[in-house]
Design a protein around this ligand. Structure first.
Ligand code: KMH
Ligand code: ZN
Length: 275
């Protein structure tokens, strides 16, 4: 069985300390949490950054501090969000890509996002895809609904992204695609040959979808960005507890965890020495 890549989504832009005291904000807190996730079995960190008071930010200096600290302490793959927070414009969302993280997300369509809209009209998607390509960063295609896979295929036909690629299916969000095993089975059935995929289940969908993904050969994203709870009513004391729960499931299935070097191979990233 292919080793399992676990991505830790450690803070996002929509969860705050009044919901969980364990959400990291500062670059130092983000790096500490990333290292805990690495030790628990994650090989990639999906990174957002925050202003000191927790306001969602995409400031390049904050990304630089967090990435520098993480890279100094562990070999995790560092993936920046270009989604940022609802309402941010393209320049704010994509500016930090010039720091050349290993990967950056690319959402390929708009979706209702709770009571808001995560807006990704096609011209904006193309702009972010170009920015990501300009700096030699590998995109992770974020799909909140099946049409976003189709749009990614269209972008590939237009030469904006390369295939095969790595896709992340964000399922179970209020306003987006549902989070059942059937939804995940359908999403993966749409992928072009040779592409890899992970699932990020939102809220209570997180761990059940992780289990299904492990069973059918996919990869998994977990963390406080997507879900604050380890079990009903029990807050996770950090994303590392959710990573550890997934690592435990993987052991039950006999699925080894990917080292960061193996994850680089699976995700078609250059080896660390050349990165
Ligand atoms: N925070 C959401 C509006 C990404 O990181 O690329 C977008 C998001 C997707 O989280
Ligand atoms: Zn994100």
């Amino acid at each position: 069985m292919q080793p399992l890549v676990i991505t830790a989504a450690i803070c996002g832009a929509e969860v705050f300390r009044d919901q969980s005291p364990y959400v990291p904000y500062s670059p130092a807190e983000l790096a500490d949490e990333a290292v805990r996730c690495f030790e628990a079995g994650a090989s990639m960190v999906h990174l957002h950054v925050r202003e000191p008071d927790g306001t969602p930010s995409q400031r390049a200096d904050l990304f630089a501090d967090a990435m520098g600290d993480i890279r100094a302490r562990c070999p995790m793959i560092v993936q920046f969000s270009t989604g940022g927070a609802v309402g941010m414009g393209v320049d704010e969302r994509a500016d930090a890509v010039r720091l050349r993280p290993d990967m950056a997300t690319l959402s390929t369509g708009s979706v209702n996002f709770g009571d808001d809209v995560f807006s990704n009209p096609l011209p904006l998607v193309r702009q972010i895809a170009r920015r990501v390509r300009q700096f030699g960063v590998v995109p992770e295609i974020e799909c909140f609904d099946s049409g976003m896979v189709d749009t990614a295929l269209r972008l590939a036909r237009d030469g904006e992204i390369a295939l095969p690629a790595h896709f992340d299916f964000v399922l179970g969000m209020a306003g987006g695609m549902g989070g059942s095993e059937r939804h995940l089975d359908f999403m993966r059935s749409l992928l072009p040959e040779g592409s890899s995929w992970s699932v990020a289940g939102i809220g209570r969908c997180e761990l059940p979808l992780a289990r299904h993904a492990i069973a059918i050969g996919g990869h998994v994203r977990v963390g406080l960005e997507d879900n604050l709870y380890l079990s009903k009513g029990v807050l996770a004391k950090g994303s590392f507890e959710l990573v550890a729960a997934v690592a435990h499931m993987a052991r039950d299935f006999g699925r080894p965890l990917a080292t960061s070097d193996q994850a680089r191979e699976i995700l078609r990233l250059p080896p660390r020495s050349l990165a």
